[in-house]
Design a binder for this molecule. Sequence first.
Ligand code: AGP
Length: 609
Amino acid sequence: MCGIVAAAARREVSEILLEGLRRLEYRGYDSAGMALIDEKHNLKIHKRKGKVSELENAQRQHPYHGNTGIAHTRWATHGEPSGLNAHPHISGQRVALVHNGIIENHAALRVELSEAGYEITSATDTEVIAHLLHSSLSAGGSLLQAMQQTVVKLEGAYALAAIDIANPDTVIGARKGSPLVAGVGIGENFLASDTMALRQVTDRFIYLEEEDLVCITPDSLQVYNADGSKVQRPVERIKEGLETADLGSFDHYMIKEIFEQPAALEATFAGATNAQKVEERFGLAAPALFDRVKKVQIVACGTSFHAGLVARYWLEEIAGVSCEVEVASEFRYRKRVQYEGTLLVVISQSGETADTLAALRNANADEFLGSLVVSNVDNSSLVRECDLVFLTRAGIEIGVASTKAFTTQLVALLMLTLALSRRRGLSESRQQDIITALQYLPRCVQQTLELNDAVQHLSEAFISKRHALFLGRGIQYPIAMEGALKLKEISYIHAEAYPAGELKHGPLALVDDDMPVVAVAPNDELLEKLKSNLEEVRSRGGELFVFADKEAGFANESRVRILPMPHCHEVIRPIVYTVALQLLSYHVALQKGTDVDKPRNLAKSVTVE
Ligand code: AGP
């Protein structure tokens, strides 16, 4: 989703801004732009539809230079992707502004500004902010006052960075509902949507809080809170090595991240050698809160929602704790009834997903015992706002299609299950059995990765298809859902998942020789039922691709192709089978020639509603 980079320095910043945008490309975008204040104090702007490389070409052909500048990658919400709608937006040849978020009252503001004589040229919700800022500056306010007067008129979510030629060494920023960090340098300071964008210039960051304003020059960085008072926010140093975005020998981040899973899973579980240590990973306040948990309410979006659905099986079967799971965009607007003693669990790789964040904020103080977030990003908004935090140790995930973040979320949720099970009388031996299974997990995932060539071979059958069905039963049903989501996200093949028992209640009508059916079939107590469901498919001409435990008794035969999965403990099977489905999607997309890491229309961090 939209990315912001800004700099105020004693040196030329165009290359810093462009490098920042390149580092934000993983978030997803469809146009890019940059504005600089040059040495004659004029605004110089390049904007291009498409990739950052288009913007680089523009800069190469017509180089602009300046020590103060802002840059942006735009993921279109209001108005098509185009040079005109790309940010920065300008007003009066004086102010330039970039924005991440959505201004909900932009239509009313357009009317107001048009009446005041401003001509609005783009279809965006952003341009009005530039005019509001200009209008306040024209009335004689300082840049800080102008920004303060502007943000109070905005309804919705924003992270902003703006420059004004009358304050040529200053960038002013603001945030509400969308992330913005300040990067601290020597003789230079920066703003960006995330720390990744600025790692080439600094390792010291200030995480701005809700409704903060920030004013940077080369030699100063001042944060103001919502009341307009100067505040000191802590400067945090990012540790070396935590945020490398190097492809290494891989062609895509997605396949690199799939292959990083054994290490990521091991790191996430590291040190948790007994139930007590498992619990410690949730923080000091966890034991007192976990003692009172009678029910769990999980809220998340997309792949993280699927992790929640898997956890429901574990929490109810192993811990005996009632659990409900809901997508955040529905949960946040629904009138709800909660039982006493309910723990709210939000799951989010990025920790910035707007719907999940809103769901957390909308939860009434008396509705839940407390909140726990499972996230991959330290210092993200959800991490800062939840009572308890479990940080997965997947390392930065660049591919838009989530892979290692999902499987590490599952490890975290199995650890939560263990922590709650202890209090509900789960035997020591069963606890240890699950811990041993988790310790064995990286090896099992490694064995699955060794099936890469076999999966690649299977994937060839999907290239010409327009639709696919994914089937699973029990805890493998959400894994089938995740498999279908992965395939549609990156290969653009329409894929749906069903619990296999539902087939004859409708979807069987779709089955013919043009509809590949993928079945997730470990050797569990539902295997014989699943086999009957698959026979229903085969006898109607469907072609089956069965991801089956070696010991499940499947054999390759006419219209049935088997991927023999390593035999592993039942509790970790959802994680292991996920990896094979990730490989399938990757190979289908690769052969279809889609943009695997940056699928069309999608963004890595969904910071707007
Ligand atoms: C995953 O492949 C997707 N790109 C998407 O569904 C993602 O999981 C969703 O947007 C939620 O993101 P989060 O985990 O960062 O909150």
